[in-house]
Design a protein around this ligand. Structure first.
Ligand code: LLP
Length: 419
Protein backbone atom coordinates (compact mmCIF):
# COMPACT_ATOMS: atom_id res chain seq x y z
CA UNK A 1 0.00 0.00 0.00
CA UNK A 2 1.27 3.46 -0.88
CA UNK A 3 0.18 7.09 -1.08
CA UNK A 4 0.47 7.55 -4.84
CA UNK A 5 -3.11 7.75 -6.07
CA UNK A 6 -5.23 9.57 -8.64
CA UNK A 7 -7.24 12.62 -7.65
CA UNK A 8 -9.18 14.61 -10.26
CA UNK A 9 -7.59 12.56 -13.02
CA UNK A 10 -4.01 13.29 -11.95
CA UNK A 11 -1.59 11.03 -10.12
CA UNK A 12 -0.60 12.56 -6.78
CA UNK A 13 2.21 11.93 -4.36
CA UNK A 14 0.18 12.19 -1.15
CA UNK A 15 -1.74 15.44 -1.84
CA UNK A 16 0.70 16.86 -4.36
CA UNK A 17 -0.07 16.51 -8.08
CA UNK A 18 2.99 15.07 -9.83
CA UNK A 19 2.36 17.64 -12.58
CA UNK A 20 3.23 20.40 -10.10
CA UNK A 21 6.53 18.75 -9.16
CA UNK A 22 7.43 18.11 -12.80
CA UNK A 23 6.62 21.74 -13.69
CA UNK A 24 8.88 23.05 -10.94
CA UNK A 25 11.77 20.57 -11.03
CA UNK A 26 11.63 19.13 -14.52
CA UNK A 27 11.90 15.46 -15.44
CA UNK A 28 13.09 12.83 -14.85
CA UNK A 29 12.67 13.14 -11.09
CA UNK A 30 12.24 10.67 -8.26
CA UNK A 31 9.37 11.46 -5.90
CA UNK A 32 9.12 9.86 -2.46
CA UNK A 33 6.17 9.81 -0.10
CA UNK A 34 6.95 10.40 3.55
CA UNK A 35 3.67 8.80 4.71
CA UNK A 36 4.44 5.66 2.71
CA UNK A 37 7.91 5.35 4.23
CA UNK A 38 6.46 5.78 7.70
CA UNK A 39 3.70 3.30 7.05
CA UNK A 40 6.11 0.64 5.80
CA UNK A 41 8.44 1.24 8.75
CA UNK A 42 5.53 0.78 11.16
CA UNK A 43 4.06 -2.26 9.38
CA UNK A 44 7.43 -4.01 9.40
CA UNK A 45 7.99 -3.26 13.08
CA UNK A 46 4.47 -4.38 13.94
CA UNK A 47 5.01 -7.64 12.04
CA UNK A 48 7.86 -8.46 14.44
CA UNK A 49 6.03 -7.39 17.58
CA UNK A 50 5.66 -10.97 18.86
CA UNK A 51 9.44 -11.13 19.28
CA UNK A 52 10.94 -9.70 22.46
CA UNK A 53 14.22 -8.00 21.51
CA UNK A 54 14.25 -6.60 18.01
CA UNK A 55 16.63 -4.13 16.37
CA UNK A 56 15.75 -2.91 12.88
CA UNK A 57 18.47 -1.38 10.74
CA UNK A 58 17.28 0.10 7.44
CA UNK A 59 19.46 -1.04 4.52
CA UNK A 60 20.79 2.36 3.51
CA UNK A 61 21.93 1.02 0.14
CA UNK A 62 18.30 0.76 -0.97
CA UNK A 63 17.73 4.50 -0.57
CA UNK A 64 20.45 6.60 1.05
CA UNK A 65 18.77 9.98 0.56
CA UNK A 66 19.32 12.05 3.69
CA UNK A 67 15.66 13.05 4.01
CA UNK A 68 14.59 9.41 3.66
CA UNK A 69 17.06 8.40 6.38
CA UNK A 70 15.75 11.21 8.56
CA UNK A 71 12.19 9.89 8.26
CA UNK A 72 13.37 6.42 9.28
CA UNK A 73 15.57 7.74 12.09
CA UNK A 74 12.44 9.37 13.52
CA UNK A 75 10.74 5.97 13.33
CA UNK A 76 13.46 4.60 15.59
CA UNK A 77 15.22 2.73 12.81
CA UNK A 78 18.94 2.06 12.87
CA UNK A 79 21.01 1.67 9.71
CA UNK A 80 22.68 -1.17 7.88
CA UNK A 81 25.60 0.40 6.00
CA UNK A 82 28.22 -0.95 3.61
CA UNK A 83 30.64 1.96 3.29
CA UNK A 84 31.98 4.91 5.22
CA UNK A 85 29.88 7.10 2.94
CA UNK A 86 26.70 5.33 4.01
CA UNK A 87 27.76 5.41 7.65
CA UNK A 88 28.27 9.18 7.48
CA UNK A 89 24.87 9.63 5.87
CA UNK A 90 23.22 7.61 8.63
CA UNK A 91 24.98 9.67 11.29
CA UNK A 92 24.09 12.92 9.49
CA UNK A 93 20.44 11.82 9.48
CA UNK A 94 20.54 11.48 13.26
CA UNK A 95 20.84 7.71 13.55
CA UNK A 96 22.83 6.86 16.67
CA UNK A 97 26.20 5.17 16.14
CA UNK A 98 25.20 2.25 18.34
CA UNK A 99 22.25 1.59 16.00
CA UNK A 100 24.50 1.19 12.97
CA UNK A 101 25.54 -2.18 11.56
CA UNK A 102 28.39 -2.30 9.04
CA UNK A 103 28.17 -5.12 6.46
CA UNK A 104 30.17 -5.89 3.34
CA UNK A 105 33.06 -8.05 2.18
CA UNK A 106 35.40 -5.20 1.34
CA UNK A 107 35.50 -2.86 4.33
CA UNK A 108 38.80 -1.05 3.98
CA UNK A 109 41.19 -0.31 6.81
CA UNK A 110 40.26 3.38 6.58
CA UNK A 111 36.58 2.51 6.82
CA UNK A 112 37.08 0.21 9.78
CA UNK A 113 39.07 2.88 11.63
CA UNK A 114 36.33 5.44 10.98
CA UNK A 115 33.63 3.04 12.14
CA UNK A 116 35.48 2.03 15.32
CA UNK A 117 36.07 5.71 16.08
CA UNK A 118 32.40 6.49 15.47
CA UNK A 119 31.47 3.72 17.92
CA UNK A 120 29.08 1.82 15.66
CA UNK A 121 26.92 -0.92 17.12
CA UNK A 122 28.10 -3.94 15.15
CA UNK A 123 30.48 -5.04 12.44
CA UNK A 124 29.17 -7.94 10.40
CA UNK A 125 32.43 -9.72 9.64
CA UNK A 126 32.46 -11.47 6.30
CA UNK A 127 35.77 -13.31 6.71
CA UNK A 128 38.32 -14.38 9.29
CA UNK A 129 40.87 -12.16 7.54
CA UNK A 130 38.66 -9.12 8.06
CA UNK A 131 38.17 -10.04 11.72
CA UNK A 132 41.92 -10.24 12.31
CA UNK A 133 42.42 -6.81 10.71
CA UNK A 134 39.59 -5.28 12.70
CA UNK A 135 40.97 -6.73 15.94
CA UNK A 136 44.31 -4.99 15.32
CA UNK A 137 42.58 -1.68 14.59
CA UNK A 138 40.27 -1.90 17.61
CA UNK A 139 43.17 -2.79 19.89
CA UNK A 140 45.25 0.10 18.61
CA UNK A 141 42.33 2.47 19.16
CA UNK A 142 41.55 0.85 22.53
CA UNK A 143 37.91 0.48 21.57
CA UNK A 144 36.61 -3.10 21.44
CA UNK A 145 34.62 -3.71 18.26
CA UNK A 146 31.24 -5.46 18.64
CA UNK A 147 30.98 -8.10 15.93
CA UNK A 148 28.79 -10.72 14.39
CA UNK A 149 30.10 -13.35 12.02
CA UNK A 150 28.24 -13.45 8.72
CA UNK A 151 27.67 -17.01 7.65
CA UNK A 152 26.94 -18.23 4.14
CA UNK A 153 24.27 -20.89 4.72
CA UNK A 154 24.43 -22.28 1.18
CA UNK A 155 20.74 -21.77 0.54
CA UNK A 156 19.29 -20.67 -2.79
CA UNK A 157 17.05 -17.64 -2.22
CA UNK A 158 15.30 -18.34 -5.56
CA UNK A 159 15.65 -14.77 -6.70
CA UNK A 160 17.57 -13.18 -9.60
CA UNK A 161 21.11 -14.62 -9.70
CA UNK A 162 22.67 -11.14 -9.52
CA UNK A 163 21.02 -10.41 -6.17
CA UNK A 164 21.39 -13.85 -4.62
CA UNK A 165 23.97 -13.89 -1.81
CA UNK A 166 23.58 -17.05 0.27
CA UNK A 167 24.88 -19.79 -2.00
CA UNK A 168 28.27 -21.37 -1.34
CA UNK A 169 29.65 -19.92 -4.59
CA UNK A 170 28.75 -16.33 -3.59
CA UNK A 171 31.40 -14.03 -2.11
CA UNK A 172 29.48 -13.30 1.09
CA UNK A 173 30.11 -14.55 4.62
CA UNK A 174 32.11 -17.57 5.78
CA UNK A 175 31.32 -21.13 4.79
CA UNK A 176 28.75 -22.71 7.05
CA UNK A 177 30.96 -25.68 7.88
CA UNK A 178 33.92 -23.52 8.95
CA UNK A 179 31.84 -20.96 10.83
CA UNK A 180 32.09 -22.48 14.32
CA UNK A 181 35.89 -22.78 14.15
CA UNK A 182 36.23 -19.21 12.84
CA UNK A 183 33.87 -17.92 15.53
CA UNK A 184 36.03 -19.59 18.17
CA UNK A 185 39.27 -18.16 16.79
CA UNK A 186 37.87 -14.63 16.38
CA UNK A 187 36.33 -14.71 19.87
CA UNK A 188 39.79 -15.28 21.31
CA UNK A 189 41.19 -12.11 19.71
CA UNK A 190 41.65 -9.12 21.96
CA UNK A 191 39.94 -6.12 20.39
CA UNK A 192 36.87 -8.00 19.21
CA UNK A 193 33.65 -8.46 21.12
CA UNK A 194 32.21 -11.33 19.08
CA UNK A 195 28.59 -11.47 20.09
CA UNK A 196 26.61 -13.15 17.38
CA UNK A 197 25.87 -14.37 13.90
CA UNK A 198 24.53 -12.76 10.74
CA UNK A 199 22.95 -14.05 7.56
CA UNK A 200 21.47 -12.50 4.41
CA UNK A 201 20.61 -14.79 1.51
CA UNK A 202 19.45 -12.33 -1.12
CA UNK A 203 17.09 -9.60 -2.18
CA UNK A 204 13.59 -9.43 -3.70
CA UNK A 205 12.79 -12.75 -2.04
CA UNK A 206 9.29 -13.86 -2.98
CA UNK A 207 9.18 -17.25 -1.27
CA UNK A 208 9.77 -17.57 2.50
CA UNK A 209 10.96 -21.20 2.46
CA UNK A 210 14.63 -20.48 1.62
CA UNK A 211 14.79 -17.88 4.40
CA UNK A 212 13.23 -20.32 6.85
CA UNK A 213 15.76 -22.95 5.84
CA UNK A 214 18.64 -20.49 6.30
CA UNK A 215 17.33 -19.33 9.70
CA UNK A 216 16.92 -22.91 10.91
CA UNK A 217 20.54 -23.57 9.96
CA UNK A 218 21.62 -20.44 11.82
CA UNK A 219 19.70 -21.60 14.91
CA UNK A 220 21.52 -24.94 14.79
CA UNK A 221 24.87 -23.17 14.49
CA UNK A 222 24.00 -20.95 17.44
CA UNK A 223 23.19 -24.04 19.54
CA UNK A 224 26.47 -25.65 18.53
CA UNK A 225 28.43 -22.52 19.50
CA UNK A 226 26.66 -22.20 22.82
CA UNK A 227 27.31 -25.89 23.47
CA UNK A 228 31.01 -25.15 22.98
CA UNK A 229 30.81 -22.41 25.60
CA UNK A 230 30.59 -19.40 23.28
CA UNK A 231 28.37 -16.42 23.85
CA UNK A 232 25.77 -15.68 21.21
CA UNK A 233 23.53 -12.77 22.19
CA UNK A 234 22.75 -11.33 18.75
CA UNK A 235 21.39 -12.83 15.56
CA UNK A 236 21.14 -10.63 12.46
CA UNK A 237 18.70 -12.10 9.95
CA UNK A 238 19.45 -9.57 7.21
CA UNK A 239 16.93 -8.15 4.77
CA UNK A 240 15.63 -9.39 1.48
CA UNK A 241 11.85 -9.47 1.72
CA UNK A 242 10.46 -8.80 -1.75
CA UNK A 243 7.81 -6.31 -2.83
CA UNK A 244 5.16 -6.54 -5.55
CA UNK A 245 6.39 -4.77 -8.70
CA UNK A 246 3.37 -5.71 -10.80
CA UNK A 247 -0.10 -4.66 -9.75
CA UNK A 248 -1.82 -7.79 -8.48
CA UNK A 249 1.33 -9.76 -7.59
CA UNK A 250 0.77 -11.76 -4.41
CA UNK A 251 3.88 -11.89 -2.23
CA UNK A 252 4.55 -12.90 1.34
CA UNK A 253 3.67 -9.94 3.54
CA UNK A 254 5.71 -8.57 6.44
CA UNK A 255 3.16 -10.36 8.69
CA UNK A 256 3.89 -13.71 6.98
CA UNK A 257 7.61 -13.03 7.36
CA UNK A 258 7.21 -12.06 11.03
CA UNK A 259 5.22 -15.23 11.75
CA UNK A 260 7.87 -17.38 10.06
CA UNK A 261 10.67 -15.71 12.03
CA UNK A 262 8.75 -16.00 15.31
CA UNK A 263 8.17 -19.68 14.62
CA UNK A 264 11.86 -20.41 13.93
CA UNK A 265 13.43 -18.09 16.51
CA UNK A 266 11.01 -18.20 19.45
CA UNK A 267 13.42 -19.95 21.80
CA UNK A 268 16.65 -18.34 20.69
CA UNK A 269 16.97 -15.85 23.54
CA UNK A 270 18.90 -13.30 21.48
CA UNK A 271 18.48 -9.75 20.22
CA UNK A 272 17.14 -10.31 16.72
CA UNK A 273 18.40 -7.85 14.15
CA UNK A 274 16.88 -7.11 10.73
CA UNK A 275 18.16 -5.17 7.72
CA UNK A 276 15.13 -4.44 5.53
CA UNK A 277 15.65 -2.16 2.55
CA UNK A 278 13.29 -2.62 -0.37
CA UNK A 279 10.26 -3.53 1.74
CA UNK A 280 10.52 -0.12 3.41
CA UNK A 281 11.60 2.08 0.50
CA UNK A 282 10.42 0.30 -2.67
CA UNK A 283 6.80 1.40 -2.88
CA UNK A 284 7.66 4.75 -1.31
CA UNK A 285 8.96 6.21 -4.54
CA UNK A 286 8.14 6.70 -8.21
CA UNK A 287 10.25 7.95 -11.08
CA UNK A 288 8.43 10.67 -12.99
CA UNK A 289 9.32 10.93 -16.65
CA UNK A 290 8.12 12.80 -19.73
CA UNK A 291 7.40 11.16 -23.05
CA UNK A 292 9.87 12.56 -25.60
CA UNK A 293 8.05 11.05 -28.55
CA UNK A 294 6.27 7.93 -29.69
CA UNK A 295 7.98 6.35 -32.65
CA UNK A 296 6.68 3.68 -35.00
CA UNK A 297 8.49 0.35 -34.81
CA UNK A 298 8.61 -2.77 -36.92
CA UNK A 299 6.19 -4.21 -34.40
CA UNK A 300 4.70 -2.25 -31.56
CA UNK A 301 5.31 1.48 -31.16
CA UNK A 302 8.22 2.71 -29.05
CA UNK A 303 7.40 5.12 -26.26
CA UNK A 304 10.65 7.06 -25.80
CA UNK A 305 10.80 8.65 -22.37
CA UNK A 306 13.28 11.13 -20.92
CA UNK A 307 14.31 8.74 -18.13
CA UNK A 308 16.91 6.16 -19.03
CA UNK A 309 18.86 3.22 -17.64
CA UNK A 310 21.25 5.68 -16.01
CA UNK A 311 18.35 6.98 -13.89
CA UNK A 312 16.70 3.60 -13.19
CA UNK A 313 19.10 0.73 -13.83
CA UNK A 314 16.99 -2.17 -12.58
CA UNK A 315 15.29 -3.19 -15.86
CA UNK A 316 18.62 -3.16 -17.71
CA UNK A 317 20.53 -4.94 -14.93
CA UNK A 318 18.05 -7.47 -13.62
CA UNK A 319 15.31 -7.54 -16.29
CA UNK A 320 13.20 -5.99 -13.57
CA UNK A 321 9.57 -4.98 -14.12
CA UNK A 322 8.36 -1.54 -13.03
CA UNK A 323 4.72 -0.71 -13.63
CA UNK A 324 4.31 2.27 -15.96
CA UNK A 325 1.35 4.62 -15.68
CA UNK A 326 0.35 7.94 -17.18
CA UNK A 327 0.12 10.82 -14.72
CA UNK A 328 -3.08 11.97 -16.50
CA UNK A 329 -4.46 8.81 -18.11
CA UNK A 330 -7.14 9.06 -20.80
CA UNK A 331 -8.57 5.64 -20.01
CA UNK A 332 -7.32 4.23 -23.32
CA UNK A 333 -4.50 1.67 -23.48
CA UNK A 334 -2.22 0.37 -26.22
CA UNK A 335 0.56 -2.20 -26.50
CA UNK A 336 3.99 -0.60 -26.74
CA UNK A 337 7.67 -0.86 -25.89
CA UNK A 338 9.10 1.72 -23.51
CA UNK A 339 12.69 2.89 -23.83
CA UNK A 340 15.01 5.69 -22.81
CA UNK A 341 17.33 7.77 -24.98
CA UNK A 342 20.60 5.95 -24.16
CA UNK A 343 22.45 4.42 -27.05
CA UNK A 344 22.22 0.78 -26.19
CA UNK A 345 19.42 -1.73 -26.44
CA UNK A 346 19.52 -2.50 -22.74
CA UNK A 347 18.01 0.94 -22.19
CA UNK A 348 14.57 -0.60 -22.55
CA UNK A 349 12.10 -0.48 -19.68
CA UNK A 350 9.38 -2.70 -21.11
CA UNK A 351 8.55 -4.71 -24.17
CA UNK A 352 5.15 -5.33 -25.69
CA UNK A 353 3.37 -4.12 -22.62
CA UNK A 354 -0.20 -2.93 -22.39
CA UNK A 355 0.06 0.60 -21.01
CA UNK A 356 -1.89 3.84 -20.84
CA UNK A 357 -1.94 5.62 -24.17
CA UNK A 358 0.64 8.40 -23.98
CA UNK A 359 1.99 10.90 -26.46
CA UNK A 360 4.74 13.47 -26.74
CA UNK A 361 4.87 15.74 -23.70
CA UNK A 362 2.78 13.49 -21.45
CA UNK A 363 4.03 12.68 -17.97
CA UNK A 364 4.22 9.12 -16.71
CA UNK A 365 5.73 7.22 -13.80
CA UNK A 366 7.64 4.05 -13.19
CA UNK A 367 6.28 2.78 -9.93
CA UNK A 368 8.02 1.06 -7.03
CA UNK A 369 11.19 2.96 -7.76
CA UNK A 370 12.02 4.05 -4.21
CA UNK A 371 14.51 1.23 -3.66
CA UNK A 372 17.68 0.84 -5.73
CA UNK A 373 16.51 3.70 -7.96
CA UNK A 374 18.21 7.07 -7.53
CA UNK A 375 21.03 5.47 -5.59
CA UNK A 376 22.08 3.41 -8.61
CA UNK A 377 21.85 6.37 -10.98
CA UNK A 378 24.87 7.52 -12.93
CA UNK A 379 25.65 10.00 -15.68
CA UNK A 380 26.19 7.64 -18.62
CA UNK A 381 25.82 9.36 -21.99
CA UNK A 382 26.64 12.65 -20.18
CA UNK A 383 23.17 12.86 -18.76
CA UNK A 384 22.29 14.75 -15.59
CA UNK A 385 22.24 13.02 -12.22
CA UNK A 386 18.57 12.66 -11.45
CA UNK A 387 17.00 14.83 -8.68
CA UNK A 388 14.83 13.64 -5.79
CA UNK A 389 11.75 15.15 -4.17
CA UNK A 390 9.82 14.22 -1.04
CA UNK A 391 6.10 14.83 -0.64
CA UNK A 392 4.47 15.16 2.77
CA UNK A 393 0.72 15.83 2.73
CA UNK A 394 0.29 18.90 0.55
CA UNK A 395 3.93 19.96 0.99
CA UNK A 396 6.86 18.88 -1.10
CA UNK A 397 10.56 19.70 -1.19
CA UNK A 398 13.58 19.00 -3.33
CA UNK A 399 15.70 16.55 -1.31
CA UNK A 400 18.49 16.12 -3.88
CA UNK A 401 19.21 18.57 -6.67
CA UNK A 402 19.71 17.64 -10.28
CA UNK A 403 23.42 17.71 -11.13
CA UNK A 404 23.73 19.04 -14.65
CA UNK A 405 26.20 17.72 -17.21
CA UNK A 406 27.86 21.16 -17.16
CA UNK A 407 28.63 20.78 -13.44
CA UNK A 408 30.03 17.32 -14.02
CA UNK A 409 32.18 18.71 -16.82
CA UNK A 410 33.65 21.20 -14.34
CA UNK A 411 35.37 18.45 -12.34
CA UNK A 412 37.24 17.22 -15.39
CA UNK A 413 40.41 18.78 -16.70
CA UNK A 414 42.76 18.38 -19.63
CA UNK A 415 46.37 18.05 -18.46
CA UNK A 416 48.79 20.70 -19.73
CA UNK A 417 50.85 18.08 -21.55
CA UNK A 418 47.91 17.34 -23.82
CA UNK A 419 48.24 20.86 -25.13
N1 LLP B 1 21.51 -6.64 4.19
C1 LLP B 1 22.50 -6.96 3.35
C2 LLP B 1 23.73 -7.53 3.90
C3 LLP B 1 22.35 -6.77 1.96
O1 LLP B 1 23.34 -7.10 1.14
C4 LLP B 1 21.15 -6.22 1.46
C5 LLP B 1 20.97 -5.98 0.03
C6 LLP B 1 20.14 -5.87 2.38
C7 LLP B 1 20.36 -6.11 3.74
C8 LLP B 1 18.84 -5.27 1.96
O2 LLP B 1 18.12 -6.11 1.13
P1 LLP B 1 16.62 -5.75 0.75
O3 LLP B 1 15.79 -5.83 2.00
O4 LLP B 1 16.59 -4.39 0.17
O5 LLP B 1 16.26 -6.80 -0.25
N2 LLP B 1 20.28 -3.52 -6.57
C9 LLP B 1 19.47 -4.72 -6.43
C10 LLP B 1 19.39 -5.18 -5.00
C11 LLP B 1 20.72 -5.42 -4.34
C12 LLP B 1 20.60 -5.84 -2.91
C13 LLP B 1 21.92 -5.84 -2.23
N3 LLP B 1 21.88 -6.20 -0.84
C14 LLP B 1 18.10 -4.47 -7.02
O6 LLP B 1 17.85 -3.39 -7.53
O7 LLP B 1 17.25 -5.37 -7.04
Amino acid sequence: MDYFAYANGTLNAEDVPLTAIADAVGTPVYVYSRATLERHAQVFRQALSALPNVHIAFAVKSNPNLAVLRVLAKQGYGADVVSEGEMNRALAAGIKPQDIVFSGVGKTRTEMIAAVRAGIGQFNLESEEEGIELAEIAQALRKPAPCALRVNPDVDARTHAKISTGKAENKFGVAYDSAAAIYARLSALPGLDVRGLAVHIGSQITDLEPSREAFVKMGALMELLRGQGHIVTHMDLGGGLGVPYKAGDALPTPEDYGRMVADVAKDWDVTLMFEPGRVISGNSGVLVTEVVRVKRGSGHPWVIVDAAMNDLARPAMYDAWHDFAAVRPTGETFVANIAGPICESSDTFAREREIDVVQRGDLAVFRTAGAYGATMANTYNSRALVPEVMADGDKWALVASRIDPATILEIEQVPDWLG
